[in-house]
Design a protein. Structure first.
Length: 135
């Protein structure tokens, strides 16, 4: 499927590639754009460990959000999951970001922007993430 990773998602979802060359490589989403995922890959030649890098990303949110960090093995790869919650004008915003460092690259798969879509699609998120394979 993808240039550097494969994953399974609902067949009726749409794929937008090269959405924003500075940030998103691919946006895979429902046709009505109410839910989907963004895929990022960037080089990381940092001297920090993967865990230190993940803590650094989480701390960048600390002024406006709460971030829960956990680690899980998915298809024999160690992923970091960051559950990020913040509020904009009393609306709860939630993002689930999964990170993997492999060789010189960090891969990020990010789901959602509102708590409703995360809560109502958690089984789909788990299914999609269980299908991810890095090439």
């Amino acid at each position: 499927q993808g240039e550097y990773l494969d994953l399974q998602y609902p067949s009726n979802w749409e794929v937008d590639e090269n959405v924003d060359l500075l940030t998103t490589d691919v946006w895979i989403r429902q046709e009505d754009k109410t839910f989907g995922l963004h895929i990022y890959r960037f080089e990381n030649n940092s001297n920090f460990s993967f865990e230190e890098s993940m803590e650094e990303i989480a701390s960048s949110w600390k002024e406006i959000a709460t971030v829960d960090i956990s680690y899980d093995t998915i298809n024999n790869e160690r992923w970091c999951k960051q559950d990020i919650i913040f509020y904009i004008e009393h609306e709860k915003i939630q993002q689930l970001s999964y990170y993997l460092k492999k060789d010189v690259y960090v891969y990020n798969i990010k789901f959602g922007n509102d708590a409703w879509s995360i809560e109502n699609n958690i089984k789909m998120i788990d299914s999609i993430m269980s299908s991810v394979k890095i090439k």
